[in-house]
Ligand binder design. Structure first.
Ligand code: GDP
Ligand code: IMO
Ligand code: MG
Length: 420
């Protein structure tokens, strides 16, 4: 049973990092397959926190191979700093392999992202250059590590910069990027990471053939997916299991399981519709208690009740056969807890999750109200030790989604986890 894809089923920040780290102890390989350093995955080991933007969240285990697959767009400076940081903490990155086909995020991608965020069509991006880097990838003008290795990049970069500088200067009124300086920088960046760069598609296939346990660590979430998310308020990559295939080179036949990570309530960062958003004291309480501030940008996350109607859609599209339910501890203390089970526009109940962000903006959630619990459940490791209303909440979710929550997280720490 070689490969499991773990992905967020909401708008990101579901706790994928924590669950990946927890599951990595029984994995042979952890693979990032999409996104870039827009991701911020938090691990808490003992009292120590780790914030992974590009490093796969299995990195703390020496014997777990960690792969940054070809689907990831890499800012080399961010990755190098992240490697140095874990080394300072006494860990090693010797188990890291980066695909030579990763497209590289350069300074001009950051500039383009920042400038487009000043326009009326802003998305509320992380300003990490993700959209522009994927545009270059799909437009076939990106630079990859292998282009630097074989020396073909400088000419290609100079030609593309003619176009980019036109946009930067004439359209946005910004500064041009000098081709030679940009090429020299790329070369230096590549040299700093060269020892980790390899043919990861061969490596993942070798692990699969040998029947080793491979864990794909999704980034972002279902509703940030470029196709099925709340377009255009999405990221620029495929966050679903299909992305794990194209973003790593592992054939789909090896993927035998999909685990969906679901936060016990909902959060979203950036612009875009969010039907169950709470702009009141309950929303503020969730943000405060849940520490809902972006791991990457520090922005306050928007908060709201759990949205089962949207989750039904992401469970269907992901094929998740089980759920890791996180941050249940944050719901302690609410007298009642609401859960959206349907959407209405006017008086009409919707049959499907809307394709159009504008339409979704008009959708009003239909709630069921469940009794809350007072007890602090932080760190509980056994399902039966949960208060009965917390158990009822979990069972309600399982029943609605038809998917067992066989992992429940009761705290940020690695072992604040219930398995059943
Ligand atoms: P990711 O992007 O999906 O990996 O999630 P983030 O790391 O961006 O955000 C999740 C936040 O919740 C982090 O601060 C985690 O340390 C924290 N966290 C994860 N699971 C739990 C949990 O069960 N309870 C609590 N209290 N915090 C959690
Ligand atoms: P993890 O992996 C939450 C959001 C941004 C913005 C939109 C597009 O930590 O769950 P981008 O920079 O990708 O072009 O921004 O996507 N976004 C995330 N939100 N968690 C993330 O990653 C995100 N990565 C991108 O806030 O709305
Ligand atoms: Mg995050």
């Amino acid at each position: 049973m070689p490969a499991t894809v773990l992905m967020g089923l909401q708008w990101g920040d579901e706790g994928k990092g924590k669950i990946t780290d927890y599951l990595a102890r029984s994995s042979d390989m952890v693979v990032r397959f999409g996104g870039g350093d827009n991701a911020g995955h938090t691990l808490k080991i003992g009292g120590e926190y780790f914030f992974n933007h590009l490093l796969p969240s299995g990195i703390l285990y020496r014997n777990v191979k960690c792969v940054i697959g070809n689907g990831v767009v890499v800012n080399p400076d961010v990755l190098r700093k992240e490697i140095l940081k874990i080394m300072e903490k006494g860990y090693s990155a010797e188990n890291l392999c980066i695909s030579d086909k990763c497209n590289i995020i350069t300074e001009y991608h950051l500039a383009l992202d920042a400038m487009s965020e000043k326009t009326n069509s802003r998305i509320g991006t992380t300003k990490r250059g993700i959209g522009p880097a994927y545009m270059d990838k799909i437009g076939r003008s990106g630079i990859r590590f292998c282009d630097i290795a074989n020396g073909t990049y400088a000419e290609k970069l100079a030609e593309h910069l003619d176009y980019v500088n036109f946009i930067l200067v004439k359209y946005y009124g910004g500064k041009a990027v000098r081709a030679q300086a940009a090429a020299e920088k790329l070369f230096k960046q590549y040299n700093a990471l060269k020892k980790y760069v390899c043919r990861t598609e061969y490596l993942v296939n070798e692990y699969a053939r040998k029947n080793k346990n491979i864990l794909f660590e999704g980034a972002q979430g279902a509703f940030l997916d470029i196709d099925f998310g709340t377009y255009p308020f999405v990221t620029s990559s495929s966050t679903y299991p299909g992305g794990a295939v194209t973003g790593s080179g592992l054939p789909p036949k090896y993927i035998t399981k999909v685990t969906g990570v679901v936060k016990a309530y909902t959060t979203r960062v950036g612009e875009g519709p969010f039907p169950t958003e709470l702009k009141n004291a309950d929303g503020e309480a969730l943000r405060k208690k849940g520490g809902e501030y972006g791991t990457t940008t520090g922005r306050p996350r928007r908060t709201g009740w759990l949205d089962l109607f949207s989750l039904k859609y992401s469970v269907m599209l992901s094929g998740a056969s089980n759920i890791a339910l996180t941050k249940l501890d944050i719901l302690s203390g609410f007298k009642t807890i609401k859960v959206a089970t349907a959407y209405k526009i006017g008086r009409k109940l919707l049959e499907h999750f809307p394709s159009d962000a504008g339409m979704l903006g008009f959708a009003k959630p239909v709630y069921e109200e469940l009794p809350g619990w007072k007890e602090d459940i932080s760190g509980i490791k056994v399902f039966d030790d949960l208060p009965s209303n917390a158990k009822k909440y979990v069972k309600f979710i399982e029943r609605y989604l038809g998917t067992p929550a066989n992992i429940i997280s009761s705290g940020a720490g690695r072992y604040n986890t219930i398995e059943r």
